[in-house]
Design a protein around this ligand. Structure first.
Ligand code: PRX
Length: 655
């Protein structure tokens, strides 16, 4: 196992405070009986079958699970519709006029959509998509800001049985094109522009650049007017249609939700791996809904009276599982905010909490560290007493940030749930249950009921308590990805080959003497920058696509706010002169190729890169240099002098 993470771990373990659930919280919690762990352990399929009762099925399933490792089918033979479960069924209850989404734009406008409003909008949008030729099984790309139409668009696709692929609005035209082509999308849904920190994000212009005659399967672009004249977009006749024009003819009309098989793909979501190309993870309908509904209810203790806010973007899996499907299937009232946390000032989040009486907040450690740096005076300006539960996701949380979150945001009274999961897992896998679990800052605590997590050594043996190894999941779970879109072999080799029949997460973990899980970060070549995954290979291919670059190696360096940040070691082509301007140009180039989140924090020029005799770049050694550690084993290097040279140059540049 990669040794780089051991430093983080010793820092984590220094914090030994324990927080039992506050008695008043425990008394009212959705999950109060610790027997659920044992019940689910004894009969996992029975446990999940019990949870599946929360979902409305059109036809009942015949078997809970069919497992031909690594291929899973959950709720075999059942049919359902995800949009029906998130919207239609609430219309038969008192929730019909309950607020589903309370939206606030960055400039300050508000919109409230009740479940009935959502129903109308989803129907209209589904009819508009159908008129553009979208039917069951067709794929649709969504590239939108955080506006209600993003949720409506996803649900409209689900209503038709058309898998969506949401592309985060911060991604570049090239990344958008790559995803549209890989998923073979027929329609793209975008907006004229979005707001971010008072500026416009030119989504339509990016989409035009992405398409540019190079997306053969794409027929139409549906454009939401978010900004208006200021965005100054050009519409291409025959291809582009305004959303408001497309939905207008369908006002008041309905389209029946398409009954789909439990295993019908609900969406494809691209995520970074260890190769240069992002992979499209496929999530299906029945098991995914069961998994996200169950975890939302149990971990966020969601009640009908709650006002829930997950600050993620719908472009990431957190937005899929814990803004759209899990919460809406549970009939939540949630807040959705379009913009930046520091617009117009650094207290926007806290102003929103006070304004809407938010009770549950789910955000990322990177944001919490930013808020810490800005200072407690910002939250202190506002009444945060409505909050009753806090959650975190996306990366390991350092105990200082955890305690700060608990004290300054949660007023010391709210349980904190540190939730570990991945795009691949679809649902939260390791997390406290807030009414039962004694939490420890920095630990995601225990696997969710029915989740069989373990930590293995290189040979596949469970490590003893107190030691670290590879985090694995030993039994299928309902929201698991089913494959990689168009590349089933990669699904098998990437996740199920190191230990056959066992899911390899790619994360390192340790379990302490009390059985608590402590996540240690990735053990593969994937970075976690501000809770977003970026593969080192993607960054490296972006760098070598620049004419000045001969070769590049990217590593993650520890960053106070972002957790990790990319640092690039670059070998220039023979005739190119190194300069500060070139460093900036290379950073900009990566940001332009992939998106702003991928921008390298540092660029170093080196004469050569350290390689093994089989020509593999030894990033581990570069990390040792960058983190100022004693450089590890170099015996497999072709030329050990390369390292001394890099070290000297690095020290020079850092000084
Ligand atoms: O390394 C783990 C980290 O984020 C990775 C998954 O990233 P992604 O698929 O983008 O999904 C993020 C949102 C679910 C994991 O492999 N990670 C996520 N949550 C935690 C975490 N690391 C430690 N603690 C967490 N709570």
């Amino acid at each position: 196992m990669d040794k780089d993470v051991s430093g983080t771990f010793s820092a984590l373990l220094q914090e030994d405070r324990r927080f039992p659930p506050p008695p008043q919280f425990a008394e009212q919690a959705n999950v109060r009986d610790a027997g659920v762990y044992e019940e689910a352990r004894r009969d996992p399929e029975g446990y999940w079958a019990g949870q599946a009762k929360q979902v409305d099925w059109f036809t009942p399933y015949q078997r809970v699970l069919e497992w031909n490792a690594p291929w899973a089918k959950w709720f075999v033979g059942g049919t359902l519709n995800a949009a029906y479960n998130c919207v239609d069924r609430h219309l038969k209850t008192w929730r019909r006029n309950k607020a589903a989404i309370i939206w606030e734009g960055e400039p300050g406008e508000q919109r409230v959509l009740t479940y009935r409003d959502l129903y109308r909008e989803v129907n209209q949008a589904a009819l508009a998509l159908r008129a553009l030729g979208v039917g069951k099984g067709d794929t649709v790309a969504i590239y939108l800001p955080m506006i209600p139409e993003a949720v409506v668009a996803m649900l409209a696709c689900a209503r038709l049985g058309a898998p969506h692929t949401v592309v985060f609005g911060g991604f570049s035209p090239e990344s958008l094109r790559e995803r549209i082509n890989d998923a073979k999308c027929k329609v793209l849904i975008t907006a004229d522009a979005g707001y971010r920190r008072g500026n416009l994000v030119a989504l339509k212009a990016n989409a035009d650049a992405a398409l540019n005659g190079e997306t053969p399967t794409l027929r139409h672009v549906l454009v939401v007017q978010r900004v208006g004249a200021k965005a100054n977009v050009t519409m291409q006749a025959g291809r582009d249609v305004w959303w408001h024009d497309a939905v207008a003819p369908h006002a008041g009309k309905e389209i029946a939700p398409e009954p789909v098989d439990a295993e019908h793909p609900l969406y494809i979501l691209y995520t970074s791996g260890t190769t240069g190309r992002p992979k499209g993870l496929v999530h299906t309908t029945g098991g995914y809904l069961v998994g996200t509904m169950t975890t939302t209810r149990a971990i966020f203790d969601l009640k009908d009276e709650d006002v829930y806010w997950c600050t993620a973007d719908v472009g990431w899996v957190t937005g899929h599982s814990y803004i759209v499907y899990g919460p809406l299937a549970n009939g939540v009232t949630q807040v959705m905010y379009e913009g930046a946390p520091d617009w117009p000032d650094k207290d926007r989040f806290w102003a929103l909490i006070a304004k809407y009486g938010i009770t549950i907040l789910y955000t990322a450690p990177t944001s919490i560290r930013t808020f810490m740096r800005w200072g407690a005076a910002y939250p202190q300006r506002h009444d945060l007493s409505s909050l009753r539960l806090l959650g975190t996701v996306g990366e390991p949380i350092n105990p200082e940030a955890w305690i700060w979150y608990r004290d300054h945001i949660g007023g010391g009274r709210c349980p904190v749930v540190d939730t570990w999961w991945q795009t691949e897992t679809g649902m939260i896998m390791i997390s406290p249950l807030p009414g039962l679990t004694t939490t420890r800052p920095g630990s995601a605590t225990f696997p969710f009921p029915g989740v069989d997590a373990d930590i293995l050594d290189e040979q596949g043996k469970p490590v003893p308590l107190g030691s670290g190894g590879y985090l694995v999941i030993k039994r299928p779970w309902p929201a698991m990805m089913r494959s990689i879109w168009g590349d089933p072999d990669r699904y098998v080799s990437q996740y199920w080959s190191k230990y056959p029949g066992i899911y390899l997460t790619g994360d390192g973990a340790r379990r302490d003497e009390d059985g608590y899980f402590w996540l240690l970060g990735r053990v593969d070549d994937v970075l976690n920058v501000s809770a977003h995954r970026i593969g080192t290979m993607e960054l490296e291919s972006a760098l070598v696509s620049h004419p000045a670059v001969a070769e590049a190696a990217v590593i993650g360096i520890t960053h106070e706010i972002k957790g990790q940040a990319p640092a690039a070691f670059v070998t220039l082509r023979g005739d190119v002169e190194p300069s500060e301007a070139l460093k900036k140009e290379l950073s900009d180039h990566v940001a332009k190729k992939i998106g702003g989140i991928a921008r390298p924090e540092k660029v170093f020029f080196t004469a050569e890169l350290p390689k093994t005799r089989s020509a593999k770049i030894m990033r581990r050694l570069l990390r040792d240099i960058a983190e100022g550690r004693v450089v590890g084993d170099t015996t497999t290097l072709t030329d050990p002098t390369v390292l001394a040279d890099i070290k000297a140059r690095y020290a020079q540049e850092e000084a």
